[in-house]
Design a protein around this ligand. Structure first.
Ligand SMILES: [Cu+2]
Length: 285
């Protein structure tokens, strides 16, 4: 980023569309998630989010200010690069060849907020022993830890879970027969070989943009709903809204599992979803 009276644009192709206001001049788009822009005069500038439709019931998040950039100095001459910024090896595109030569395992993960049978209308505080949705695994008495019942909010009486599809095409991925929240003693875990490169597809079975987030290693996003896109690096990806159990939406990414051997998580980045179980462990060995 140029510091000479500059502000930076394009923090995210992830959660919300971002723009920079007030005479910002986009100077050069660099490779990767950041872009150049150059500003001519001292002053205060704002990095803003635009209005954003989150995908469920027409709910729209209002515009907001992410950051205030105060430029206090006069411009000083500074040469800007004449070409694209250098890309570190870790952020080089993951080609088909690299994928094939480093394992290339494909996995399909499914995110699903599963509704339980509705609470009894006569009871303002339904017992949390209601039976779980048939697709949710229910060992022992674990349901008490999974279901958040709040008298009529959209979260009430749902289980937030992930499942593992058996793979296949984007239209026929072999959906899991069961979904297990993170709190369960049977929670799923993805075991990955250190140094491997894999391609994962994350399916969304809800009509909401679950923001998928993975720790440690970034994602090279290559497809949305099974269709190739201009690839980009991300660490949080909005799964397209409009998914359903019979017609899920999806995002496909590649990742290098380098440097770190150990356990970490991937999860929905809506805090209430992750806290209620929409999370899974990855163990790199
Ligand atoms: Cu979510």
């Amino acid at each position: 980023m140029a510091i000479r009276a500059a502000a930076c644009w394009r923090l995210a192709r992830s959660l919300r569309t971002t723009t920079c206001c007030r005479r910002a001049w986009f100077w050069r788009r660099a490779i990767g998630p950041a872009s150049w822009c150059r500003q001519g005069a001292p002053g205060t500038y704002y990095l803003r989010t635009l209005k954003f439709q989150i995908g469920r019931d027409g709910i729209t998040l209002a515009e907001d200010i992410l950051a205030e950039v105060v430029v206090i100095d006069d411009p000083r001459p500074m040469a800007l690069p004449s070409g694209p910024l250098p890309v570190p090896n870790a952020l080089a595109p993951i080609t088909d060849q690299e994928l094939a030569s480093a394992g290339g395992l494909k996995r399909s993960i499914v995110m699903f907020a599963v509704a339980n049978p509705p609470p009894t209308p006569t009871s303002p505080n339904p017992p949390i022993t209601d039976p779980p949705a048939s697709t949710v695994v229910h060992p022992g008495n674990e349901l008490n830890d999974w279901v958040y019942q709040t008298d009529g909010t959209s979260l009430a009486n749902k289980v937030f879970a992930l499942g593992a599809a058996s793979g296949g095409s984007s239209t026929n991925p072999g959906m899991p027969a069961e979904y297990i929240p993170f709190q369960s003693s049977r929670a799923l875990k993805q075991t990955v070989a250190l140094g491997s490169v894999e391609e994962w597809t994350i399916f969304n079975m809800n009509n909401i943009r679950h923001p998928f987030h993975i720790h440690i290693n970034p994602c090279w996003v290559v497809k949305i709903n099974g269709q190739p896109i201009d690839p980009y690096w991300a660490d949080t990806i909005p799964l397209p809204a409009g998914g359903s159990p019979t017609a899920p939406t999806s995002v496909t990414f590649r990742s290098r599992f380098v440097d770190f051997a150990g356990s970490y998580v991937m999860h929905c980045h809506m805090l209430v979803h992750e806290d209620m179980g929409m999370m899974q462990t990855i163990e790199v060995i």
